[in-house]
Design a protein around this ligand. Structure first.
Ligand code: G3P
Length: 218
């Protein structure tokens, strides 16, 4: 399972890279806004900086809603760095754009996926990744991980190559459950990944080892 970090914060991306657990980065317009980056030139520069830190796919989302705008933006984004993946929303224009990018060798991440049908359409257009939003489904009392299971089944029935990128993953159990369900990638904040580390028996065991070592040296 690949781990992508879901942030545009450079410090957190650097920290995750140092931990050695990061395979890529996902961003969205809300995450970019959180970093207070203003103006398209600064936004593009920020994507380049992310690409310099991480040796792996970096999702950069288009803002346009129409096909022509998506193509223009996506081509500019793709030229920023070879690791850029153009993130496109699941709409009719989005599907057309994904088909165009696929046919022109540009990697895509089809975002805002909330149903198996949407995931099927994205795969038909050759999306590199599909991003079902696990946490946002849980927010409205639907089982987000169930959607991952459904998509895993459908893709494996037909051998679709589109990778399932579990998004809106917000806590360690989401990561574990998405791994059990067979998601190819989980993208989440650094805090959720770090939470996987925690176990009281590890803390107790470590404390005891150190205590025994100190006593043996007296
Ligand atoms: O990148 C999209 C996704 O991960 C958003 O997560 O927590 O805002 O639902 P969240």
């Amino acid at each position: 399972m690949k781990f992508f970090i879901d942030t545009a914060n450079l410090e957190q991306i650097k920290e995750a890279v140092q931990l050695g657990i990061i395979d890529g980065v996902t961003t969205n317009p809300s995450l970019m806004a959180k970093e207070n980056i203003k103006g398209i030139d600064n936004i593009y520069q920020h994507y380049k900086e992310i690409c310099e830190i991480v040796d792996g796919p970096v999702s950069a989302e288009v803002i346009s809603l129409d096909y022509e705008g998506m193509i223009e933006e996506g081509e500019k984004l793709a030229k920023l760095h070879p690791n850029i993946v153009v993130k496109v929303p699941i709409t009719a224009d989005g599907l057309k754009a994904i088909r165009y990018f696929t046919d022109n060798g540009i990697k895509t991440n089809c975002t805002l996926i909330f149903s198996a049908g949407q995931a099927l359409l994205a795969a038909k257009c050759g999306a590199t990744y599909v991003s079902p939003f696990v946490g946002r489904l849980d927010d409205i009392s639907h089982d987000g991980v169930d959607l991952i299971r459904q998509i895993v089944d459908i893709y494996s029935n037909y051998g679709f190559q589109t990778q399932i990128l579990a998004a809106s993953v917000r806590h360690p159990m989401h990561i574990i459950e998405c791994a059990e369900a067979g998601a190819d990638v989980a993208t989440c904040p650094l805090s959720s990944m770090l939470a996987l580390l925690n176990h009281p028996l590890t803390d107790n065991g470590l404390k005891q080892f150190l205590k025994d070592y100190e006593n043996s040296q007296k």
